[in-house]
Design a protein around this ligand. Structure first.
Ligand code: HEM
Ligand code: HEM
Length: 206
């Protein structure tokens, strides 16, 4: 069990995370309004679309920053997912979240210099950062430049299918965000992890 303070989030990662969090909140908000066609005098539809598109481009550039940062500062090592025994590790962590932590049991995968994420964090961060976010960016770029998209798939318009795919991914990222915020509130105090992503320091739980 680690009792040390650990410097988990260096400055570049905190800058990336802040831009990413704000960007995704704006994209979810504007995307939701666009999808349901909710707009009025203050929130003009064209303002929503412009805000969505500009934020989308900023998010895409910021994602490249994340990829290069991970590579240069070796942060990618925390995202390496080993498939052997994965289900078992996820189950142990889920049982801890569902029962163990309410009985004050020790976490099955204590964090350390070598293990920044527990198995559920690692799995969800891996899926969101290496699958969902790149796909939402790729489909968003497709919608920005519709000439890149195939015109018809059978009888359906390619742009229509891309828009459904894009909005579906956006919904999944929204669900991730809700779980992420709940999971981040688990610890010695609900705000402890939120302080860490601002200061960079992970404080021990015991
Ligand atoms: C988490 C991130 C994102 C979410 C939640 C999201 C959500 C949405 C939603 C719900 C729509 C409406 C689709 C429909 O129902 O027809 C939409 C449209 C669109 N999105 Fe995103 N999006 C995200 C990221 C991006 C990114 C990164 C880009 C650009 C690189 C982008 C570009 C676009 C474009 C161009 C449209 C079509 C706008 C129009 O109607 O003219 N989006 N998005
Ligand atoms: C209001 C929005 C958000 C808040 C308050 C927030 C909060 C946090 C906190 C407290 C941590 C560090 C503790 C932990 O790992 O649980 C963290 C890490 C992380 N968050 Fe968020 N988050 C937000 C949005 C997002 C979004 C939208 C994404 C991705 C789409 C994201 C991806 C990540 C990743 C990948 C890490 C780990 C980074 C690393 O150490 O390599 N977060 N976040």
């Amino acid at each position: 069990m680690s009792e040390k303070r650990l410097y988990f989030y260096p400055v570049w990662l905190r800058i990336w995370h802040a831009i990413n969090a704000l960007g995704i909140l704006i994209l979810i908000f504007t995307g939701f309004f666009m999808h349901y066609g909710i707009h009025g005098d203050i929130l003009d539809f064209s303002i929503l679309v412009t805000l969505h598109n500009v934020t989308g481009i900023v998010l895409a550039a910021n994602y490249l920053f994340f990829l290069f940062g991970n590579l240069f500062f070796n942060n990618y090592r925390f995202y390496r997912l080993k498939t052997k025994g994965l289900f078992d590790r996820l189950t142990r962590q889920a049982l801890y979240y569902a029962f163990g932590m309410f009985k004050n049991q020790q976490p099955p995968f204590p964090l350390s210099e070598k293990r920044k994420f527990n198995p559920m964090q690692k799995f969800s961060y891996f899926v969101v950062m290496y699958l969902l976010v790149p796909l939402v960016i790729a489909s968003g770029i497709g919608l920005l430049f519709p000439e890149l998209i195939v015109e018809k798939v059978y009888n359906l318009s390619g742009v229509f299918l891309t828009a459904i795919f894009h909005a579906g991914l956006g919904f999944l990222i929204f669900v991730f965000l809700l779980v992420h915020l709940y999971a981040a509130s688990i610890g010695k105090s609900p705000l402890k992890n939120f302080r860490s992503i601002v200061t960079g320091w992970h404080e021990p739980n015991h």
